[in-house]
Design a protein around this ligand. Sequence first.
Ligand SMILES: C[S@@+](CC[C@H](N)C(=O)[O-])C[C@H]1O[C@@H](n2cnc3c(N)ncnc32)[C@H](O)[C@@H]1O
Length: 263
Amino acid sequence: MLWKFGGLRSRAALPLRSLSTQSGMAAKTAAAEFQQRPSQQGKKKQLLLSDGLQQYLVDHTPKPELVAELRQRTEEGWGRSAQMMVPVEQGHFLTWLVATLNVRKAVEVGTFTGSSALAIAQALPSNGTLIACDLDPRPLELAQEIWQRAGVRDKIEVRLGAGAESLQSMLDNGQADSFDFAFIDADKKGYLQYYQLLIKLVRVGGVIAADNTLWYGQVADPEDTTPNTEAIREFNRTVSDDKRVSTSLIPVGDGIHLIRRLH
Ligand SMILES: C[S@@+](CC[C@H](N)C(=O)[O-])C[C@H]1O[C@@H](n2cnc3c(N)ncnc32)[C@H](O)[C@@H]1O
C-alpha cells in the first residue's frame, strides 16, 4: 500500500498513533459534523423504512466476511459516530455498481474505518486501484487491518490530508480523465469542491457517487436551514443543473446521487 503524508511517500504503513495533533483535530471535526446531523431517534444512518422492511432488505443483501466484525469494532471504538459507516445494503450496492461498471481505477473522499473502501475494493480487478482520502489517521488503523485480512489492501492507496488538496495533487500529477469511479462521503460543506475537482479526474463515461444526498430526508424540510442541509441542497441543485453530466438521485442508505460524466 502506498501511503502519503506531509508530501512524503512510503511503502510502509504509517505509525498512525503518533500523528496525534492532526488526527485529534480531524476526529473532532468529523465527530462535530456527525453531532450536527438531524436527530435519528436511535435509528441508523439511512432513510426511514419500517423495521420489517429494513430487516427484509438486510436479509436479502449479501454480507461479505469481515463486514460484521468491522461494524462491531467501529461501534466499540467510535460510539455514535460509527453511524458514519455506509450501511450494509449501501456497501453492497457500491460493490455491485463498481463490478457492473467494470471499474479499474477509483477514488473516495471520506474513508473512516474503511467500510465503503472495502466494498469498492472487493469489486476491483486484481490490478485495480482505489485511492482512499481522509484527514484522520486513527480510524484508518482498523481499516488497514480489515483490508489486509480481506485481501484488498494492496489495491488501496491511502492519501492522508484534506480531500480537496489530495484531489488537486492528483490533477497536478496528470491524472485528469483517468478515474472510472469516485465516491464522495466526507464533510458535507466540501461536496461541491470535491465534485468540481472530481469531474475533471473521472473520464468521460465515468461515475461519481455522492453519499448522504437525501440527508435523512431533511433536504425536503423547508424549515431546516442548517449549514449541512443547505450544503447538500446546493450540491444536489448544482449537479442536477450541470449539462456535463447525467444524474440519478436514489434512496439507498441515506441517499446516493449518481453522476455520470457525459463529455
Ligand atoms: C462519513 S465518514 C466516511 C465513512 C466511510 N465512507 C465509511 O463507509 O465508513 C466521513 C469521513 O470524512 C473525513 N473527512 C472530514 N473532512 C474531511 C476533509 N476535509 N478531507 C478529507 N476527509 C475528511 C472524516 O475524517 C471521516 O472519516
